[in-house]
Design a protein around this ligand. Structure first.
Ligand code: COA
Ligand code: AMP
Length: 640
């Protein structure tokens, strides 16, 4: 049996012994004796009697162990032309004084703090400062519009919100503070204070009494120590798109998270203290939480925060400049970033200008990695390109590779790899029956999930159970479809629900549909994700207008584009709607969304026998063709 098989088997056959051993590799204030248990709601909990502090492990421990002068964080910002380095000593000072400042503002253990910031070091300091004092952070992606922020404020009810005056996109400065003010005016719950980082590119007006200047707060506050926390105390809430307008508040505990991330840094990323780890993501996403902040710092690595894009800051050589300049060992990003680079520099001419010999491996996640992009990246970089699959819910990889114990990685293009220890993955049919290799179905994970995965949803156990645990008893439903081959390699083919990935950003078409449906012009609509060469998916709305509304497609499209941009944000990349007279439905009235997607993608599809009126499909084809949207003109139809 291979070392991978041995390790994997042990984790599945005796999870308590396996994760008990892994727990002993981190430093606890009080080691856990109760490795796996169930709480009063019957949900699994890891290390329920352990006491520790994640910020201590990520910062102070390294200082105590003599690595205070090692660089902990490199901030590389091509959009502001700044490169700044922070040692672990600097990090400790910045984090502990901000933590003291938060305490001065009344923030205590268990209080929530929302962080709505661009990619600046202070975003990372803020997360760690919360962790230090046991406050629960909830980072909201800076690209979300005020409505999305307001929804999260109402759910998390933060005592304080930390934000900045502005963010910098490729070609413009984005005023964050007015968006924050707008969100607070829209939310029912009001925070006591906001802490605002004033950036020189655009300063913000402050509300006396409520708004506090970030730098003044830090300068005038004593440093705060790490508070001992129970392993099950929440570290953060991260909202992610579900199938409705209400995002799910994914809860992350402290103990299981620290153990799982350490395990992943050792085995999946195979890095050690001092290595330079660069996750080119955003702290607003789970990749940012786990692999820009906690994972690398728990391991004593140098983490890199890059405030820029793979292209146009200034060109498609940007990533290679950063790798060379900072001697990056591990790069982690979404396939869409590589598609963007490939589009602008297909022959790798810019790449060849730089020395990227420090790079050990490239990791891709966030969306399915298409095979041509995988080959291109492999050929260009000449290092293993490791696709791996995970979700906000898991917080760390479910399917990947383990270079720590496998000298030669067997990478299969199109597959995200093999199940990682702790994850027993089964592919099931609608009835919950196990499928044989190469048959596609629902990808489910046998309970208990390993440490690090969500134990519950924030304040919504009913939804946790109904969304994830009810469909297949004894399993966690991932929401992804896919299959396993004979060698247990897992192929993730896409979501089976109303969630799409736009440039690696997880968004809900269900939410967009609710918004479009509420527009006064709209009688009925369906929003689906259609294939896009660069961004993976793009949302497309099919709209039936109300009686009496002039069906001016471009005008209605303009209105709806503005609606989604103003409410969800530009990241939704909602650009198109087509008007149709009717939507294809089953005789019982269910909209055939998959068919709408297949038609737009020019895919072979079968007309279901339950369809109410098949003629509608021709109308849909014609509407798409007229606008040259998607690939409708090459679609193939069969009768069932
Ligand atoms: N704050 C405000 N606005 C933001 C934003 C932020 N943090 N991030 C993105 N936006 C805006 C952009 O300015 C853009 O607005 P526009 O439509 O007015 O131009 C819009 O949202 C879409 O942004 P983006 O998806 O980044 O598209 P792009 O065309 O600017 O860049 C890529 C395309 C592929 C280069 C870019 O999406 C990318 O780097 N993707 C990698 C994604 C990633 O790391 N995902 C995390 C999972 S690992
Ligand atoms: P998020 O919660 O934002 O990390 O998005 C999780 C979703 O992204 C998953 O449920 C998948 O649909 C998709 N995803 C992430 N990584 C991969 C991958 N390597 N291959 C295929 N899909 C992926």
């Amino acid at each position: 049996m291979t070392p991978y098989r041995q390790l994997y088997r042990r984790s599945i056959e005796n999870p308590e012994a396996f994760w008990g051993e892994q727990a002993s590799l981190i430093k606890w204030f009080k080691s856990p004796e109760n490795i796996l248990s169930r709480d009063e709601k019957g949900l699994y909990r890891w290390y329920s009697d352990g006491v520790m502090n994640t910020c201590y492990l990520a910062v102070d421990k390294h200082v105590e162990e003599g690595r205070g002068d090692q660089v902990a964080l490199i901030y590389d910002s091509p959009v502001t032309k700044v490169v700044e380095k922070f040692t672990y000593n600097d990090l400790q000072k910045n984090v502990s004084t901000l933590a003291g400042g938060l305490q001065k503002l009344g923030v205590q253990k268990g209080d929530r703090v929302v962080i709505y910031m661009p990619l600046v070091p202070e975003a990372l300091f803020s997360m760690l400062a919360c962790a230090r004092i046991g406050a629960v952070h909830s980072v909201v992606f800076g690209g979300f519009a005020p409505h999305e922020l307001a929804v999260r404020i109402d759910d998390a009810q933060p005592k304080v919100i930390i934000s900045a005056s502005c963010g910098i996109e490729i070609d413009r400065v984005i005023a964050y503070k007015p968006m924050l003010d707008d969100a607070i005016s829209k939310s029912i719950f009001k925070p006591q204070h906001t802490v605002i980082l004033q950036r020189p590119m655009m300063t913000a007006d402050m509300w006396p009494g409520r708004d506090v200047d970030y730098n003044e707060l830090v300068q005038n506050s004593p440093s705060a120590d790490c508070v001992p926390l129970n392993a099950n105390d929440p570290l953060y809430i991260l909202y992610t798109s579900g199938t409705t307008g209400k995002p799910k508040g994914i809860l992350r505990d402290n103990g299981g998270h620290a153990v799982a991330l350490r395990f992943s840094m050792d085995h999946i990323y195979n890095v050690k203290a001092g290595d330079v780890f660069w996750a080119a993501s955003d702290v607003g996403w789970v990749v940012g939480h786990s692999y820009m902040v906690y994972g690398p710092l728990l391991q004593g690595c140098t983490t890199l925060l890059y405030e820029g894009k793979p292209v146009r800051t200034p060109d498609a050589g940007a990533f290679w400049r950063v790798v060379e300049q900072h001697k990056v060992n591990i790069l982690f990003t979404a396939p869409t970033a590589f598609r963007a680079i490939k589009k602008e520099d297909p022959e790798g001419e810019l790449l060849h200008k730089y020395d990227i010999s420090s790079l050990h491996r490239l990791y891709l996640a966030g969306e399915r990695c298409d095979v041509p992009t995988w080959y291109w990246a492999t050929e260009m970089l000449k290092v293993p390109v490791v696709d791996h699959w995970w979700q906000t819910e898991s917080g760390w990889p479910i399917v990947a590779q383990m270079p720590s114990i496998e000298e030669h990685l067997l990478l299969k293009p199109g597959s995200a790899g093999k199940p990682i220890p702790g994850y027993k993955i089964d592919v099931l049919n609608e009835e919950g029956e196990l499928l044989i290799p190469n048959q596609e179905g629902f990808v489910a994970i046998k309970l208990p999930l390993p440490p690090g995965c969500l134990p519950d949803l924030y304040n919504d156990t009913d939804r946790f159970i109904s969304s994830y645990l009810e469909k297949f008893p004894g399993y966690y439903l991932t929401g992804d479809g896919g299959y396993k081959d004979e060698e247990d390699y897992v192929y993730i083919m896409g979501r089976v629900d109303d969630v799409i990935n736009v440039a690696g950003h997880r968004l809900s078409t269900g939410e967009m549909e609710e918004m479009v449906a509420a527009h006064p012009f709209v009688a009925e609509c369906a929003v689906v994700g259609i294939a896009d060469e660069l961004k993976g998916h793009l949302p497309l709305a099919y709209v039936v207008v109300r009686d009496g509304v002039v069906p001016n497609e471009l005008l209605i499209e303009k209105e709806l584009v503005k609606l989604i941009r103003d409410n969800i944000g530009a990241v939704a990349c909602f650009k198109n709607c087509v008007l149709v007279k009717r939507l294809p439905k089953t005789r019982s009235g269910k909209i055939l969304r998959r068919l709408l997607r297949n038609i737009a993608d020019g895919e072979h599809y079968i007309v279901p026998s339950t369809i109410d009126d098949p003629l509608i499909l021709t109308e849909v084809h014609d509407a798409l063709k007229a606008r040259r949207i998607g690939q409708a003109f090459i679609g193939v139809v069969d009768d069932e």
